[in-house]
Write a protein that binds this ligand. Sequence first.
Ligand code: TYD
Ligand code: MG
Length: 487
Amino acid sequence: MAKVKKVYACTACGGTQARWAGKCPDCGAWDTLEEHTIDRGADRDPHKGLVEGWANTIAGVDQEGVGGAIAGAPRAAPIDEVAPDPSSAARISTGIGEFDRVLGSGEHGAGLVPGSAVLIGGEPGIGKSTLLMQAAAGWASVVDPKKGPDWSRKVLYVTSEESAEQVQQRAHRLGVSGEPNLYVLADTNLARIIEQVRQLKPAVLIIDSIQMIYKADLDASPGSVSQLRRCAAELVYLAKASGTAVLLVGHVTKEGQLAGPRVLEHLVDAVLYFEGDRFHAGRIVRAVKNRYGTTLELGIFEMGGQGLVPVADGGGASFDDDETRSGSVVCPVIHGSRCVLVEIQALTATGFLGAAKRKSSGLDTNRLAMLIAVLEQHAGLRLADRDIFASAVGGVRVVEPASDLALLLAIAGAHYRRAVEPRTVVIGEVGLGGEVRPVSQIEQRLREAARLGAKRAIVPQMRGAVKVDGLEVVSVKSVDRAIERIT
Ligand code: TYD
Ligand code: MG
């Protein structure tokens, strides 16, 4: 970080003082001291030593796209002559489809972009180390058809929290063994880690976790914001300079911070969050930022005895029986390229007028408040003294406006103790005027619903009729028409 120092210079004699004074101590003139800032770090490149070291040693590692930039200062170039972006190189696949898709996909397949820096945040104990060990085994075994067997397929797993034996034990438990390209290093000193990377030239470097890594020449203790930022910045630079993809693991607390990965988000190319409830098997990995892909994709896993098992069909709701429950409505929600059926539940209970509770989990609270207002104004429900709880089942967060009508019918159903007909899905955005608005990708949603056993769909009125075999499509114009459909 640049060190900025303030000095006070006299406009009469030019002398500088550390403190402001009314009278210049050097020449005795009055009111001539002016504040100036001196940026001592401005022309000092914090990575200079690192760069010089790298320029000679990384020759053997894939340098496409970054080669020119290392030797000297970057030069401006006409836009068509800019060196190719690393994302145009072949991506390194983990072989775990659910994880690759979240890392991003392009014309060169899905997975990790060489030379990119990815931060993976999550609460302690959620399974980050498990996911990364499984991914590391996948990366280490990947065969890159374009580059042949010479291309570095080594993966270095740096553990700063556990011993190398513990990592080995976990790997064995996960069925990872006999993988000659997978290396483990137990260290917390950044300089030593970088030295190992320099010797090994891995294609992928995993740091688990960044919070325990320290740089010896910084005063701050490991885990402090300045250590965290500095170490992460150097590792990101290492990724760019060497073409090694770097994954940083960061713990977050329930509140999502505490000197945590939040301060690192702007440094890296992609930020993934690994979420789930420690007491349930379901785990979700999603991107909140991704320079090499969409942030809409979700990877869904289940934690089992042999580690994380991908759940390819989304693990959402399905229609196994003809049972109905008041306050429960199924909505097909789009996540990236996939449609997942999500059960939305609501419960109303007696509350106090003026202090009624409105709580939601996995849903947008503002949207909930708006829908309650729409129900009061346009459908005549009296909810002012009712506590209302709503949730999206299965740990998926639903923020799409297309789920409005499903949530609204769940609340109305809970209030009247009625339910939609069995095997029904509900789609639609609700406007403030009580109208039901069309949503995008309606056909994809209906097809997926029909595939998973839905017989009926309540949808907004649309211009062209959508026909899906075996699915009765009921279109509604307003929320009161939709509420008539709950019996
Ligand atoms: P871990 O990956 O160590 O979490 P993190 O790195 O995010 O702190 O794993 C956390 C939990 O997962 C741990 O309590 C044990 C459980 N677990 C399984 O249920 N099955 C497994 O195969 C493994 C390796 C772990
Ligand atoms: Mg861990």
